[in-house]
Ligand binder design. Structure first.
Ligand SMILES: *Cc1c(COP(=O)(O)O)cnc(C)c1O
Length: 299
């Protein structure tokens, strides 16, 4: 079951590190083990739209390690929808844990070539079984206006008291939601988990309301080799973070953002009056692809 949003905690960590700046963590990872924090918020409005428009089936796109596919499958089941996942590339002999899990929630998977995937084609086998108007199509990674407006509700838990808000960025949908909701002088910084994803700023702006002029920052130096790549340094950092704070992180997204904030604070970029908030967006199941024993905490 989903943990109620009211139960989500904000955990202070700066004392543990003797930081002179306040650093707190929004523990969205505790919302649900599968529909990890930000994915649930991103899907919320799509589910409402599907109910309102009488759709039977949620269709979305992802790669073999997509948290979004699993979250969509679980959310669809929870709300009585069927679900279809269009997966990039052929089905591997060793099917990923992620895809097996999506299937265990009843998601039907269709594999497409990389070309067809890029064009976001719906395979004709899908069209043989489903009428187009039964389907609610959700962009890859939940990217879209509904995704961002659901993610904007994360801000209701954060509120106006933080000067800086940090969030991990894949498609930018979550960041767009938080940026659109932020107030006053609040500065939102996205940490890109991909290498050289230079279209990101444009992708985020496309989801902001037109009159919206809030500036935001994107950092591109904390990808550790690229999407879903990691280094021994990152994994060691994640283990230390857990030892010091009890906070588990994943190597695809949240390990990278905690690392980034830790190094920014150590560079003395913030003052005693600044209040930093890290959005822990969940994603812990991504660690299951690591060899056993790599991390000192269970995921
Ligand atoms: C998917 C995911 C993100 C990225 O969210 P976007 O809205 O695509 O930028 C961040 N953190 C975690 C844990 C995720 O699973």
């Amino acid at each position: 079951m989903l943990n109620a949003v009211e139960n989500i905690i904000i955990q202070p960590i700066s004392d543990l590190y003797n930081f002179h700046t306040t650093v707190d963590v929004l523990r969205l990872d505790q919302l649900h083990p599968i529909i990890s924090g930000n994915k649930w918020f991103k899907l919320k409005k799509y589910i409402e739209t599907a109910h309102r428009t009488g759709k039977s089936t949620l269709l979305t796109y992802g790669g073999a390690y997509s948290n979004h596919l699993v979250a969509t499958a679980a959310a669809a089941r929870m709300h009585g929808f069927k679900s279809i996942g269009i997966v990039r590339g052929e089905r591997a002999e060793n099917v990923s844990h992620t895809l097996l899990e999506a299937e265990s929630y009843g998601m039907q998977l269709f594999h497409t070539s990389r070309d067809e995937y890029r064009q976001k084609k719906i395979p004709h086998q899908v069209m043989q079984h489903f009428a187009e108007d039964e389907l609610l199509i959700i962009g890859e990674g939940g990217y879209g206006i509904d995704g961002a407006s659901g993610a904007a509700e994360i801000y209701n838990i954060i509120g106006p008291d933080y000067t800086h808000i940090f969030t991990a960025v894949g498609t930018g949908t979550t960041a767009a939601g938080i940026i659109s909701a932020a107030k006053g002088q609040q500065r939102v910084t996205g940490i890109s988990v991909m290498k050289n994803n230079h279209s990101l700023a444009t992708a985020i702006k496309a989801l902001l309301p037109r009159e919206h002029e809030r500036e935001f920052a994107l950092l591109h130096d904390y990808h550790f080799g690229g999407y879903a790549r990691h280094t021994p340094e990152l994994l060691t950092f994640m283990n230390h973070l857990f030892e010091n704070t009890g906070i588990p992180t994943d190597f695809v997204y949240t390990g990278k953002i905690f690392y980034a904030v830790d190094s920014l604070v150590r560079k003395n970029l913030y003052g005693a009056n600044d209040r930093l908030l890290i959005v822990h967006s969940g994603g812990l199941q991504g660690n299951r692809s690591l060899p056993n024993g790599t991390l000192i905490f269970p995921t």
